[in-house]
Unconditional design. Structure first.
Length: 321
């Protein structure tokens, strides 16, 4: 059994080898890369990405990245393509074929067929003199000196290089299209990411339990309202306009400083000009405000009218952070 030191040394060698392979890609970028990106950006069809073996797995990841960043894409397994699935390829589609050697039997069958179809063919390959490279309109070079594995056989550095080249294409397309966070949100509506990008304060606000008291309310009324609504705060409202808030901390401080509160009203202990947010604001912006001011509640307005209280716990329950 090898030692922990040997394990760590092997891991470091792998990371350094793949890092070197990625760094070398920069020197391979040329007019073919720029032209390929322009063709993809201007196509009226989709990007069809194909490959076999480990390259097919990389192709699926690149398809996912392109789809999520606004470039309609689909995966076509090279082996299945030559057994009936070529019907998926439409005339306006751009095809990207990924292969380290560029000479596998399936690739040699597929490339001439795609050329007869008239589709633009982009090669991502580690062999720029291969059958694939010679049959492609554009060649994206992902040559690596060696694989990271000790026997120089398992696809490691080569597949990493393919993946990085795909990411470079996706990012360039995002820049060409002026892809924004709002665009990103359209394709990621689910999970914490979708909520962070799409959820507005009004979408999660509980309007049925709005703690509020009038400015002349007795302190006992204030305490009952805070206790019943269970948000640790109540708004002080006059003509449906918020003029202040009272937190349970304000109540505790008042009790520490006074022996009696029979003569006090809500307006006497409220905090004026509380932090407020609109129902149309993003929940992530509300969270940032809470963090910036080290508070746990925000008064929510619709225009100038009181709508309720947004609590930090409400945001945490949504799984946004």
């Amino acid at each position: 059994m090898i030692s922990k030191e040997q394990i760590l040394a092997g891991a470091k060698r792998t990371i350094l080898a793949e890092s070197a392979a990625i760094s070398k890609l920069e020197s391979y970028l040329d007019d073919d890369f720029a032209s390929a990106v322009q063709v993809i950006a201007s196509t009226r069809g989709r990007v069809v990405i194909t490959g076999i073996g480990k390259s097919a797995i990389i192709a699926q990841k690149i398809v996912a990245t392109l789809n999520s960043t606004g470039t309609p894409s689909m995966f076509l397994h090279a082996s299945e393509a030559i057994h009936g699935d070529l019907g998926m390829v439409q005339p306006d589609d751009v095809v990207i074929c990924i292969s380290k050697s560029g000479n596998s039997p399936e690739i040699k069958v597929l490339v001439p067929i795609l050329k007869r179809f008239g589709n633009t063919l982009i090669a991502i390959t580690g062999n720029i003199t291969s059958f694939l490279a010679k049959g492609s309109d554009y060649i994206l070079n992902t040559t690596v000196d060696s694989e990271a594995c000790t026997i120089n056989l398992a696809p490691t550095s080569s597949t990493t290089a393919q993946l990085v080249m795909g990411d470079a294409i996706a990012v360039c397309l995002m820049e060409i299209r002026g892809f924004t966070p709002a665009d990103f949100a359209k394709y990621h509506p689910g999970g914490a990411l979708g909520k962070k990008l799409l959820l507005r304060v009004g979408d999660m606000l509980d309007r049925t339990h709005r703690p509020m008291v009038s400015p002349d309310a007795a302190i006992k009324t204030v305490i009952v309202e805070i206790s019943e609504k269970r948000l640790g705060v109540t708004a002080v409202v006059e003509d449906n306009k918020v003029i202040g808030i009272i937190t349970d901390g304000d109540i505790r401080r008042m009790l520490n400083n006074r022996d009696t509160f029979a003569d006090l009203t809500a307006s006497d202990i409220m905090t004026k000009n509380p932090k407020m947010i609109q129902t149309t604001d993003m929940v992530i912006d509300a969270l940032n405000t809470l963090e910036d001011f080290s508070i746990t509640q925000l008064v929510v307005l619709q225009d100038d009218e009181y709508q309720g209280i947004l609590h930090l716990h409400d945001i945490l329950k949504e799984g946004i952070v």
